[in-house]
Design a protein around this ligand. Structure first.
Ligand SMILES: N[C@@H](CCC[C@H](N)C(=O)O)C(=O)O
Length: 277
């Protein structure tokens, strides 16, 4: 079984190509292989599959074996993979996702090397029940939530997958382990949620740390960065375009006023090719 280890800003994946469909053992394999001591070590498994609607289809399995609807860092990796391995010879690629439709990806290639990947992440979902939350509201902005005896204010956004954005004084020093798991499984979020702790540095720069649903603390989350930018605009904290600084590096995020789509630009890297016996 040949795989490729890739990452987007340190959010790392075991990438598989060549399957015709998601194998039934994907969930069990994710738990085993993502283990950083007894396995390969990764935040998730990524399958690049054939698609009837787009050039390729991408499916992402979190390290706990659950399947996510979408993954921003993985879609950049998938686009770089198919281009580098010459499965496509265009710099514009369409990739079908489980929960965020078909996404348009554009590669910036310099001297044959993929330098940046820009993804049209589609329109954010703001409706409370569709995110999903248990709140029947047109948008879930600056609402209160209690976890572990403490109260927080949160804004919920879906980018195909659910996000709970909380503003804190210092995101980079925030104790993710203490609050992440409690908020991830909070009953307000029926499908659980990714949790972003954000600090707005200026109107075009936001620091964010993430506790991912099904994966725990990761170095970066593409959909989380998009959700954080959208939440920051909704709360009046930022402009519609900002750098979101994550532990693993920066993403350039824009929520375009004309088409209401969110655009994410960032890198994707190959670490190594491997073979499982
Ligand atoms: N790291 C991702 C998101 C992966 C899925 C997430 N854990 C979920 O369950 O929704 C990203 O870069 O977007």
């Amino acid at each position: 079984m040949e795989f490729t280890k890739m990452h987007g800003l340190g959010n790392d994946f075991i990438v598989w190509f060549g399957y015709q469909e998601l194998p039934p053992e994907a969930s069990e394999l994710a738990v085993r292989l993502c283990d950083r001591h007894f396995g390969v070590g990764a935040d998730g498994l990524v399958y690049i599959l054939p698609s009837e609607k787009a050039d390729f289809c991408m499916r992402i399995i979190n390290s706990d074996g659950s399947e996510a609807e979408q993954c921003g860092n993985a879609i950049r990796c998938a686009a770089k993979y198919v281009y580098d391995r010459k499965h496509i010879n265009r710099e514009q690629i369409t990739i079908e996702t489980l929960g965020a439709g078909v996404q348009q990806v554009e590669l910036t290639v310099v001297d044959g090397l993929v330098r940046q990947v820009k993804v049209d992440m589609g329109e954010p979902i703001l409706d409370g029940l569709k995110i999903p939350t248990t709140l029947d509201l047109a948008s879930v902005i600056n609402q209160s939530i209690e976890a572990g005896g403490s109260g927080f204010r949160f804004t919920a956004v879906s980018m195909g997958n659910p996000h709970c954005v909380i503003y804190v004084e210092d995101a980079s020093g925030f104790d993710l382990e203490a609050w992440g798991p409690k908020l991830e499984c909070h009953p307000l979020f029926p499908k659980k949620t990714n949790v972003e702790f954000a600090t707005v540095r200026s109107r075009d720069h936001i620091d964010m740390r993430v506790w991912e649903r099904g994966a725990g603390p990761t170095l970066a989350c593409g959909t989380g960065a998009c959700a954080t930018l959208v939440a920051s605009v909704l709360n009046g904290y930022s402009d519609r375009r900002a750098i979101v600084s994550l532990k693993g590096g920066d993403l350039d995020i824009e929520w375009n006023e004309n088409d209401n789509h969110v655009y994410m630009t960032g890198p994707a890297e190959v670490v190594y090719d491997g073979r499982l016996s």
